[in-house]
Design a protein. Sequence first.
Length: 554
Amino acid sequence: MIMEKHRILFVFITALLIVSSCRKYEDVPVETVTKDYIWDTKDSNGIYASQYLFSVYADLPDGQNRISRDFLDAGSDDAVTSQTVAAPITLLATNGISIFNNPDDAWTKSYTGIRKATNFLNNFHQVPLKNTYEKRSWFGEARILRAFFYFELLKRYGGVPILGDSLLDLEDKIDIPRSSFASCVNFIVKECDRAKDSLRDDPVTDGNYGRFSKDGAQALKARVLLYAASPLYNGGNTGDSLNGYSAYDAGRWKLAADAAKEIIDEGHYSLQQNFVDIFTIQRSQEIIFAKNNTRGKTIESQNGPINFSTAPGSGNTSPTQELVNAFGMKNGLPITDPNSGYDSTHPYVDRDPRFNYTILYNGAPWLSTQIQTFNGGVNRPGGSVTQTQTGYYMRKFMPDYENVTSYEDHYHDWIYFRYAGVLLGYAEAQNEYSGPSDDVFNAVESVRQRAGLDPYTLDHSISKDSLRTIIRNERRKELAFEEQRFWDIRRWKIAGEVYNKGLHGISITKTADGLLYNVMPALNSAFDESKMYFYPIPNTEMVSNSKMRQNPGW
């Protein structure tokens, strides 16, 4: 249900840990832990309130293999799951979700986070934290976290109930109507602005890494405004009262561009020159906000190629041929350009360097050998074992393992906002608002330059439509597997076009004369444009809230 009807006793795991580890409460039975212990009026260091705030951060979604061991991108046109037995992620790419079954249903968890953040905002004033700067920052963090959870709901369901600062008890009747999409956008943007005034300056200190900062709030604002300006909402569904917008408004693109430009002009962040380092080290100069995770090898164990005895991997994620084709050549030209130098008999030579950092392909160097994804190869032997379904494995988020024989522990932080995304968001919005300009080209070209394209520059005489195509493709390449493509094809209203063509992989046959490459079907994907642009409101909400309105088609 909207609040999941959690008790106000706050018997959370973090609180239990506090009780078990602190002398002050060692004689207090667990079942008596109440809000008085969290909002301790004598806790001048805010220890217990801090733990509670961290528990709100813990509710943030984690992108790596989060849907039954699959990336969300395996539900887009960029990948398919390698798991062959009833993988839930496939429902998202085949019209398979329902009001009873949605593997990416974020309703309950998001409202849990909203409720906890609101609880913090309503009660933290009681804690006599000595450091007034910190106290102000903590208020800002709770506010922006709440806004973040609302955005998680917004991009899935459209307009949702906005609860403000109210907290409902277990016995309260929940009859709250949905707010319009526009109202939700306005609420989130205002919350971002309010939080920004309180949050820490950028870049944050090492001790505060992983906490929201001023630019983190601004990045959330920019992304929300970018979505609100996009075709799905801006000029589309205008007759639906759940949208709340009356007609197309080019000014919404300007709002999105201005929000992103503010981060660019402040100059606190820049592009990390080593692309791999963005995802494998902490304190990258490009990361604006990320969820801190522990060091480990889970990315490799879940997604690395199979049949490496010294580096076991289960290869869960299979990139599609569609994604592979999106990566052009190192000279910046698409593979369809006759001047690109692309050779279909040697398809992986001289590609955009991001291709090599994102995808493992037949012949790619890995673990002191070369990947074999030809039919019957070591990494694609056939049979029932989980393995690539497309002839490709995901390489992104992993360190440089080309010349070693085993995997090592590294950071697995999940990045929500990074500078390259801000640049591309600005370029998209500004191009849509006013067409090609030096600022737009500079933003796109800086990303292409860091990628290693040579030349990285674009033809500055191209049209707005042509530049739109380039920007969208740059987003696809640059942000692959970062939970951007899944939402991009929806907000651009092209999901029907890309899904209904089906998804493909490559079949590679080894012969005496060399390798033969043939595109093969990988998934009979489908997308019902009459309803699939928004998730259905879960059935539990429909039956418990008499004022709840279901999304069209469900």
